[in-house]
Design a protein around this ligand. Structure first.
Ligand SMILES: Nc1ncnc2c1ncn2[C@@H]1O[C@H](COP(=O)(O)OP(=O)(O)O)[C@@H](O)[C@H]1O
Ligand SMILES: [Mg+2]
Length: 371
């Protein structure tokens, strides 16, 4: 037998081993990965745990079908490299969650302003300035109150009311002067107290105690965050909103919650007071949520809506969301706006859709490799 023929027979006889596709998960306790891992185990889907902060992470992901990483503003390192890593992987042909369209505007309200304007989404009228003089000139003729926001932050911690021209001007001077700390310990404690008033449980009490300690001893990570400065971002203040509507679109499912403002406050985000009653969510909001998600080409998106004289307006978007909100939802709307009753887990929906995009649906033997 010639060498060629021998090779042919050997190849024909030996059935090539079916390659098991592995999905890499970056695990962070308290993040979506807790639930993703649960989902993978329940469905016998092989996965590997990786640390995206490893310098050789690209090599380590060799052979993986995809990467799932719930990075967020609680990781001070993430803004330094999460987008850079995941977009590089996408360029290499590795599927990632969250991908480029899903995540580039995360925790960047200024980026969201351009994006939502570009796709003609109903964003609350917003203004951004990169020069102190231009911002001050605008403040001379603008009407007040306006809402002043840092581009990042959550739970209303970086959202303030500029009641009048003088307040707006002093915020502008600060924005182009020493700037703002991205985490405000006083406002965070304020939020924890508000949640404790509602929840009255041990977890809420612990948060208040921890918040009190944090006033004197900031977290190590917080000292590594850079101050926000060099821009000023305002929105028209839409009065009369005693709540906001949070919707989350994942694939062809839309979840919703109504979040009430703290007593005597215009801000709902982070109040900890909400209801999942689907009757509280307007059909117009569900429809807009789907329409905008389609234009954004996003794997997941959470919206905050308020009303402008009966018309829904978006105040911000985010690819991820607090586990406490929408996690116990009684059902969802589909794209035909048909309500499906039944408890769903949003993080499992994300995992399910991601696996489908990788054509991994059929359960395989459980494999867990730590690399
Ligand atoms: N332009 C606005 N007019 C009136 N209320 C607003 C406006 N923007 C935000 N809010 C209120 O403030 C809350 C926090 O604002 P948001 O932009 O969502 O910041 P965060 O990222 O902290 O959640 C919202 O949940 C909403 O209740
Ligand atoms: Mg919000």
């Amino acid at each position: 037998m010639t060498l060629m023929a021998e090779l042919f027979v050997t190849t024909k006889m030996k059935k090539p081993m079916k390659e098991v596709k592995k999905v890499a998960i970056h695990h962070r306790h308290g993040s979506f990965s807790d639930i993703w891992i649960e989902y993978f185990l329940e469905n016998n889907i092989p996965y590997v745990l990786v640390n995206c902060y490893d310098s050789d992470i690209i090599d380590r992901l060799e052979g993986c079908a995809g990467l799932m990483w719930h990075w967020d503003l609680n990781d001070y390192q993430a803004p330094l490299m999460a987008r850079q890593l995941t977009y590089s992987l996408q360029q290499k042909g590795v599927k990632v969650y969250p991908d480029f369209f899903t995540s580039w505007h995360y925790d960047d309200k200024v980026g969201q302003k351009y994006l939502l304007e570009a796709i003609k989404a109903p964003l609350v009228k917003s203004y951004v300035f990169f020069s102190k003089n231009k911002a001050l000139q605008w403040a001379e003729t603008a009407t007040f109150p306006k809402v002043f926001k840092l581009r990042n932050g959550a739970s209303s911690s970086n959202v303030l009311l500029a009641e009048n021209r003088e307040v707006a001007k002093s915020l502008i001077r600060k924005a182009f002067g020493k700037g703002f700390a991205p985490w405000n310990s006083v406002r965070r404690l304020d939020r924890s107290i508000s949640v404790l008033k509602q929840e009255k449980d041990l977890v809420a009490l612990k948060r208040v105690l921890a918040g009190t300690v944090r006033l004197a001893v900031p977290k190590e990570n917080e000292n590594l965050l850079t101050r926000e400065k060099g821009y000023a971002y305002f929105q028209d203040f839409l009065p009369g909103n005693t709540f906001d509507i949070r919707t989350v679109v994942i694939g062809d499912r839309c979840f919703g919650a109504k979040r009430f403002c703290r007593p005597g406050d215009f801000r709902a985000s982070g109040s900890g007071i909400f209801t999942y009653n689907p009757q509280c969510i307007g059909e117009d909001i569900v429809r807009i949520s789907f329409e905008v998600a389609e234009k954004l080409q996003t794997q997941s998106v959470a919206y905050d809506f308020i009303y402008d004289q009966g018309e829904p307006r978006i105040v911000e978007i985010s690819y991820c969301f607090a586990l406490e909100c929408c996690d116990d939802t009684p059902g969802y709307w589909d794209k035909n706006l048909y309500w499906h009753e039944g408890k769903m887990n949003l993080q499992k929906c994300i995992a399910e859709d991601f696996l489908q995009s990788l054509h991994i649906g059929k359960p395989l033997a459980p494999t867990k490799v730590i690399i």
